[in-house]
Design a protein around this ligand. Sequence first.
Ligand SMILES: C[S@@+](CC[C@H](N)C(=O)[O-])C[C@H]1O[C@@H](n2cnc3c(N)ncnc32)[C@H](O)[C@@H]1O
Length: 303
Amino acid sequence: MTEAATGHYSVMADEMEGYLLSEASGAGHGAYCDCTAGEGGYARRILRRTSGSTVIAIDCDRAALDRCRRRLSEFRGRVQYFHGSFSKIADATSGHLPLAGIVADLGLSRLQLADAERGFSFRLEGPLDMRFDRSQELRAADLVNRGGERELANLLFRLADERFSRRIARAVMRARPVRDTTHLAQIVAAAVPRRGHRRIHAATRTFQALRMAVNDELGALGALLELAPGLLAPGGRFVVVSFHSGEDRMVKHSFRRHAAAGIYKLLTRRVVRPSADEVKRNPPSRSARLRAACRTGQEFPIK
Ligand SMILES: C[S@@+](CC[C@H](N)C(=O)[O-])C[C@H]1O[C@@H](n2cnc3c(N)ncnc32)[C@H](O)[C@@H]1O
């Protein structure tokens, strides 16, 4: 299926493929872990380029994993699916270690955003849900309608650098109960000063922060960054695509720290951004940032 047919574009797929599967990585054999299988775009690239490989496809959204399974049906036998967080990568990949490569494409997909029932979009009326994993209890409504004002303000500031976090939190407290996504978007828009040419919608940061909190996205990334070096074979590659400056910072620091300890060789000295052509074809890709590292032969953890 083409990207246009599925309504989903895999961001920086050529760059991901270049770093994950270059000649130097010994592509073609072994097991690769796609931590965020989503619509299967990255996994398909890996499977096509490497005839002898296995892909472990992880996603904590069961509906996404089911779509991925259908889309990759032609590769049956070469893909293993794991429903859960990539913070459980050690469980998901046991039996396939050490890995030839790990890739993570953080955040949410366009299909998830476009599904009003999931509650990710401030443009579509839907429940205040925002869970990737729908078997989880915590939803955005719990943070918005039950949490304290200070807690909400801190969350908006910490996870999305929202400069009007206090005003927004106060407005939310006054308006409670907040009914749904569009109600929340209206409350936020009314709480922040109007500006002539705002680059992004007033509610963008609030929705991003709530989604990240509901899914503990920084916590999961932190766990993955710590576990990855212990799972990769010497020469194995680790590629991370993020859309959030806080996430990119975590990746940068982890890669540098492990490089200083001799565990990684950095493949990207500077962050890699999508080409102008890609941004034109797929505007949401504009905030993507890619970093890659290669596992050395150094023992891990170092005693
Ligand atoms: C941007 S999409 C990935 C798209 C994919 N690279 C492709 O080419 O189709 C991100 C996916 O990661 C999943 N996800 C986000 N956080 C996760 C986590 N902690 N563990 C597992 N999956 C996660 C989301 O459910 C979503 O399906």
